[in-house]
Design a protein around this ligand. Structure first.
Ligand SMILES: C[S@@+](CC[C@H](N)C(=O)[O-])C[C@H]1O[C@@H](n2cnc3c(N)ncnc32)[C@H](O)[C@@H]1O
Length: 148
């Protein structure tokens, strides 16, 4: 249904959890290198439980490589705390790409700047950011809800 992109993820259990979310939402998981772990990592597979092998997962050398391989009209929504536009104000479509940043640094500033019009946020209070897998779950399943 959708495409979830993790840019340079660092923590194996987060990516394992996101893989499981993608499987549950019939969506593809794209990982942008470098990864902070091996794809054979025990914690990654444990967080994805027995399902990891069933996850439709693609690995890319860069975000630009991923974009080059997609249709020109593909839509990318970048998840960041540095915008005011809420994720629930977007009308999602089949095949949309939901792009998330790394755990310690978020998305690169240049990527946010060039996609300024497509940055969205999960409004929140009292913390700097949410856990990566939690953020994916919130936005991915809002997108699924809209299409059902
Ligand atoms: C742990 S957060 C990154 C925190 C990083 N220190 C920062 O300031 O961006 C990892 C990723 O989860 C997503 N995320 C977490 N909380 C979010 C929120 N409230 N709104 C949108 N995205 C969020 C973003 O894609 C972020 O890059």
């Amino acid at each position: 249904m959708f495409n979830v992109v993790l840019v340079e993820p660092e923590i194996p259990p987060n990516t394992g959890n996101v893989g499981r979310l993608c499987l549950a939402a019939q969506s593809t998981l794209h990982l942008i290198k470098p990864l902070g772990f091996s794809l054979e990592d025990r914690q990654l597979k444990r967080a994805g439980l027995d399902y990891w092998d069933e996850v439709d997962m693609r690995l890319w050398d860069s975000f630009e490589d991923l974009q080059r391989a997609q249709a020109r009209d593909a839509r990318y929504f970048l998840l960041t705390t540095k915008t005011e536009r809420a994720y629930y104000d977007v009308k999602f479509s089949y095949g949309d790409f939901l792009v998330f940043g790394r755990e310690t640094k978020g998305l690169p500033e240049n990527l946010l700047a060039t996609n300024n019009h497509n940055c969205i946020t999960i409004p929140m209070h009292g913390t700097r950011s949410l856990n990566l897998a939690t953020a994916v779950g919130i936005v991915l399943f809002e997108a699924v809800r809209q299409l059902r």
